[in-house]
Design a protein. Structure first.
Length: 38
């Protein structure tokens, strides 16, 4: 599953992660109960 995430820049890392997760949820890639890579 980690291949659906793209690399992020070190500046504003948390904001980039939130944006990626929101996009994946809106696209239907991530759903309730899906586990995120640690």
């Amino acid at each position: 599953m980690s291949d659906i995430f793209s690399r992020i820049e070190h500046s504003r890392t948390a904001d980039e992660v939130v944006q990626q997760i929101e996009s994946l949820i809106l696209e239907g890639v991530l759903r309730t109960g899906d586990r995120l890579p640690g």
